[in-house]
Design a protein around this ligand. Sequence first.
Ligand SMILES: [Fe+2]
Ligand SMILES: [Fe+2]
Length: 399
Amino acid sequence: MKTLLFVDDETKVLQGLQRQLRHMRLEWNMHFIDGGQKALDFMAAQPVDIIVSDMMMPGMDGSQLLTEVVKRHPRTVRIILSGHAERESVLRLVGPAHQYLSKPCDADELRKAIGRAFGLRDLLGNERLKQLATRVKNLPTLPALQNKLTEELRKDSPSMERVAEIISRDIGMTAKILQLVNSAFFGLAQPISNPLDAVIYLGLNTVRALALSVGIFSQYEQKNCKLFSLDVLASHSWTTGVMSRSIAQQERMELKILEQCFLAGMLHDVGQLVLAFGLHDEYSEVLAKAKAENLQIWQVEQEAFGASHADVGAYLLALWGLPNPIIEAVAMHHQPSRCVAPEFSPTIAVHAADVFAHQCFAGNTEVPPPQLDLAYLTSLGFAERIETWQAGCKEELNN
Ligand SMILES: [Fe+2]
Ligand SMILES: [Fe+2]
């Protein structure tokens, strides 16, 4: 049975939760504790799968508690349950919490968030990789882009478009801002996939606080693995995003799908970042082996870790609560035939765009380049579209 720990300084809130979730007690082993330090003591004695904590608590607050949990129990999924009045303080949790829910939270929403987090744990088979992804608070960002962003945000009247454009060129910043805006805390009716909408929704003050004072966009240190370059990955990802959006446009998809295609393309290789920064030496060996033996990187990763960067990336983004079509496209970008949808989807666009992007630029991190799954594209009737897609993508890139 999975173990859940609820932490809140108000006993009334804990009793309310206990009542709301009573009918789950045969499935979940639930504990209710009224303070941060007591929660840590409890966790030292017994492993906990998910911790759901209040934000404002006397003594140790939710942010401090979850920061401690990251260090001591990296496998535990961290959810914050916070009041609307505490909107500003939620920014401090962008690092340590995986998901944010707002109070009062109905039992259904809470059950969904918890059920989803549990479901996720089975997505990625490898315990070590799961721990690696669960521990990730921030992804490395490119210093040049971060400087540009700081410069723009310090202007008297920064441009929202310019800020969003800078963020959308960086994998780490894009993932983080979309994690925040899509969190249940902000209670959006429809998920947001467009960095510009995210910036507009959050507002420049929030983005400024995130970038300048909260420091969630962490600087990139060059002590990572050999054969891996964040610059190369960032430009490959951006190209894949632009091309993937262009393919959707050529298929006359609606705006929402175009935005999902860009975002999924931008984030499709985010798992490489997790592996390269989390397991640098081993990942260097994987990259070297793929190169020397002319094998697909994801296949060598599969052999070495029992999972590929596509699995790790999808797991991280799902943990961060990004929209489902994005997670699916990231998970299946090398093997789109695993996708059950019989029609056009961001998975197909990202799969094709990834291959086209590799053909456009040599020197990518994935060597040898990935191949198109022709059998699958043919089965869905897209085979004769490939050439047109590719030409359209190149044109789009040159614009
Ligand atoms: Fe990939
Ligand atoms: Fe790629």
